[in-house]
Design a protein around this ligand. Structure first.
Ligand code: G6P
Length: 369
């Protein structure tokens, strides 16, 4: 990937548009032509260890931590693994219960985040093997880990992570199928369908760019608000957290991500005509529940922006604005749904005249504790 901005006004926008390519590069050579196998030569030496683990501890910071939260749902559901997720800075100073039957999975774009590096040492000293998902080759985290799976997002320059996140989600999806098959918890036919679906992700992301004008218009309408709420359920919940993080990072608008169901235990008190809500309302097991949750926002005169699947017609009855993503399974929808949230945050920050690629007080990689 070139490191020039070229025709793009900001690296962040360029990197958003690079996602179909980055995801393709990350998938290449990792799914067998018959869709019956995930090819991770990187894990070969550890197949026995991976067959025997009874717990996965996922450790990361920032956006990479959000990818870990998505993986928790995937690994539980499809590989039937017990998963815990924590911030690296918390993990390193608690007294984590782990041993040589635990897989510690770290996720890092830069491979240089100080807390994540320290967490790896801590995990290894307790006897666990560490598998890291890293974007920067031969970084400290890549060197210190027992196993490494690279994302091939290419160099990411914008401080707000975009293509690193979607490629992390793709590797985590592949890893779920890999572990599900290895541990015989995922039926072969279901694995094949999941792998076919993953192969379509680059193309499905490209389709989302037809929504850019719609999203720009929404950004113009909403950029003057000083607060926003992001809601989702299931895998949509960490995507809500990531959408809120993108908005805070680059537009300095205070945004909170919440489980849509948990909203009634607090944030609903904040909702009025000045507190817009972005809701992840894509197809899945909890779609009807989400509709119920957002009716409560409407009843309090809150403005609603929904990210919805193409064929979710009923969403137009409740939402003020709808951003469409292609129809897909729930797990794939999570990967697709973050893209419009990146674009929304980007155009809101541009409307506000913010320094998109270098937001105040933030660093691309936090190499001190
Ligand atoms: C910083 C960056 C974030 C990133 C986080 C974790 O806060 O600004 O974009 O998500 O570090 O970084 P890592 O390189 O470990 O993924």
């Amino acid at each position: 990937t070139s490191i020039e901005k070229g025709e793009y006004p900001h690296y962040m926008l360029k990197e958003i548009y690079e996602q179909p390519h980055a995801v393709q590069d990350t998938l290449d050579g990792r799914i067998s032509p018959q869709n019956d196998e995930v090819i991770f030569k990187e894990l070969e030496k550890y197949r026995e260890y991976l067959s025997g683990v009874n717990k996965v501890f996922i450790v990361a910071c920032g956006t990479s931590w959000h990818a870990g939260l998505v993986a928790e749902y995937l690994l539980e559901r499809y590989a039937r693994l017990s998963v815990e997720v924590d911030y690296a800075a918390e993990f390193r100073y608690r007294y984590p219960v782990l041993d040589n039957k635990t897989l510690v999975l770290t996720i890092s774009q830069s491979g240089e985040t100080a807390d994540t590096i320290a967490a790896i040492g801590e995990a290894q000293s307790l006897g666990a093997k560490v598998l890291s998902i890293v974007n920067v080759p031969s970084s400290t985290i890549a060197r210190n880990s027992n196993m490494v799976i690279y994302t091939y997002a290419g160099r990411e320059i914008g401080v707000a992570s975009t293509k690193a996140f979607t490629t992390q989600l793709v590797v985590l999806s592949l890893l779920t199928v890999y572990l599900g098959l290895l541990r015989r918890n995922l039926p072969a036919d279901q694995a094949a369908v999941m792998l076919q679906d993953l192969k379509r992700v680059p193309n499905e992301i490209s389709k989302i760019f037809t929504e850019v004008d719609n999203i720009k218009r929404i950004a113009r309408a909403f950029h003057k608000h000083s607060n926003a709420l992001y809601l989702g359920r299931g895998v949509g919940f960490p995507i809500a957290l990531e959408g809120a993080l993108k908005l805070k990072e680059i537009s300095y608008i205070h945004a909170e991500g919440y489980s849509a169901a948990e909203m009634k235990h607090g944030p609903i008190a904040l909702i009025d005509e000045n507190m817009p809500t972005v809701v992840l309302a894509f197809k899945g097991r909890r779609y009807e529940k989400i509709l119920g949750n957002i009716m409560e926002v409407k009843a309090r005169k809150g403005k609603l922006i929904a990210v919805a699947s193409a064929s979710n017609d009923d969403i137009t009855r409740v939402a003020d604005e709808v951003i469409r993503i292609p129809d897909a399974t729930e797990s794939i929808s999570a990967i697709l749904a973050v893209v419009p949230l990146q674009i929304l945050a980007y155009y809101i920050a541009v409307e506000k005249g913010c320094s998109v690629d270098q937001p105040r007080n933030l660093a691309k990689s936090v190499t001190v504790e």
